[in-house]
Design a protein around this ligand. Structure first.
Ligand code: HPA
Length: 247
């Protein structure tokens, strides 16, 4: 079974034939929403809406530990995270798809480990490569098969939110080497690593990051929603293709 975490613009999957919606609880509290079990093109999946259903939980208040724990209990072969990002790297524009290969974490104050004293002794996981290479490659291959262009190399900057960044912050992220900026990639990715679940992400560039492109005049939330609505069918097609290739 593949697990999918849907972000802004992807609270449900039209092609998902739902068999069961299940509210679960975990030692870390409740996940953002009920787990939705079903099939896409005949293949079993479990879907979780990261920001709740209806969408309302801000990035810094998502219970990432509960979300990842609940999905881990389903013993998935991997987790695909879908999330909106702002485009920083020159050449990236709204509507583009990105499969990031690295992360820089600028978030703070989030519960970002399952190993907390005194309940559990310290554990240092290797996080040199934050995304699972095989799952990433499956996404890249599926994108190619659907004819969707994706940037397959991008550093994802995880910011705290919920506010968007200042133009100077984006300049700094660019100097740090970030290509895209989002608010949910961490601690999601590291919690998946702690649980030893393959994790990869597909990002939809929803807007130029602050101070870039038409965001020099400010960022329109309405425009972001328009871009996400118009782009998610390509994300769905990639995931559907990936599932059908993995048989
Ligand atoms: N910054 C951070 N997160 C985002 C953005 C952004 O510009 N767009 C969509 N998610």
């Amino acid at each position: 079974m593949l697990a999918i975490i849907g972000g802004s613009g992807l609270t449900e999957f039209a092609s998902l034939e739902v068999s069961q919606r299940k509210r679960v609880s975990t030692p870390y509290g409740e996940p953002s929403a009920a787990l939705t079990f079903g099939r896409i093109g005949g293949r079993p999946v479990v879907f979780l809406a990261r920001h709740g259903d209806p969408h309302g939980i801000p990035p810094h208040q998502v219970n990432y530990r509960a979300n990842l724990w609940a999905l881990a209990e389903c013993a998935p072969v991997g987790i695909v995270s879908v999330a909106a990002v702002g485009g920083i790297r020159s050449g990236l524009k709204p509507g583009d798809l990105v499969i990031p290969h690295q992360i820089i974490d600028y978030t703070w104050g989030r519960e970002s480990t399952y190993h907390e004293w005194p309940d559990s002794p310290v554990r240092h996981v290797d996080f040199s490569e934050p995304f699972d290479p095989c799952l990433r490659q499956s996404l890249i291959d599926a994108a190619e098969a659907t004819g969707a262009a994706v940037s397959a190399s991008a550093v994802y900057a995880a910011t705290q939110g919920p506010r968007l960044e200042t133009a100077a912050e984006i300049d700094r992220l660019e100097r740090d080497g970030a290509a895209v900026v989002g608010m949910t990639g961490m601690p999601e990715a590291v919690l998946a690593r702690e649980l030893a679940i393959a994790y990869a992400a597909i990002n939809v560039v929803a807007n130029y990051a602050a101070g870039r492109g038409d965001s020099r005049q400010g960022i329109s939330l309405e425009a972001i929603h328009g871009v996400l609505d118009a782009s998610m069918h390509r994300v769905r097609a990639i995931i559907e293709r990936m599932l059908s290739a993995n048989d």
